[in-house]
Design a protein around this ligand. Structure first.
Ligand code: HEC
Length: 127
């Protein structure tokens, strides 16, 4: 009981800790080659099978310019891409958002953190 109580008391502080391991943007850049089949990331890059991802970190989901094939689930989510939501998305898009059309996923926690760091590095508004 004593242990349970102290866990409950300290639990709120856990939320300020990072949700995933620290990401390495350089490693994320190499991993992004797998994403590049479907995504460009440079500013103003064209949409491919998936939307351009420049500035995606901190942006509302489903709002990349020039991509008009979003699923209803992503387009209407109103969600802002963050460490938490990107991590969930990359582990299983369709598990995270009903009807999501991205048929690619990552399972390694460090890979996910690295890719997120790379997306963040290409999102000028993200701090
Ligand atoms: C086989 C093609 C494909 C691959 C590979 C792929 N994606 Fe996607 N991605 C998509 C599609 C299609 C969508 C649009 C999903 C929807 O609207 O349901 C998408 C959407 C996204 C979004 C949401 C963008 C927005 O504007 O809201 C992010 C973030 C994303 N992908 C990241 C990645 C990352 C990072 C990788 C590599 C680890 C990756 N994707 C690999 C096809 C792909």
């Amino acid at each position: 009981m004593k242990h349970f109580l102290s866990a409950a008391l300290f639990a709120p502080f856990l939320f300020v800790l990072p949700v995933a391991a620290d990401g390495d943007a350089a490693s994320g850049e190499s991993l992004f080659r797998r994403c590049a089949a479907c995504h460009s990331i440079e500013e103003g890059g064209r949409a491919k099978q998936g939307p351009n991802l420049f500035g995606v970190y901190g942006r509302t989901a489903g709002t990349s310019q020039g991509f008009d094939r979003y699923s209803d689930g992503v387009a209407s989510s109103g969600m802002v891409w963050s460490d938490e939501s990107l991590s969930q998305w990359l582990q299983g898009p369709a598990q995270f958002i009903d009807g999501a059309k991205m048929t690619f996923r990552l399972s390694d926690e460090q890979d996910i953190a690295d890719v997120i760091a790379y997306l963040k590095a290409n999102s000028p508004s993200a701090e």
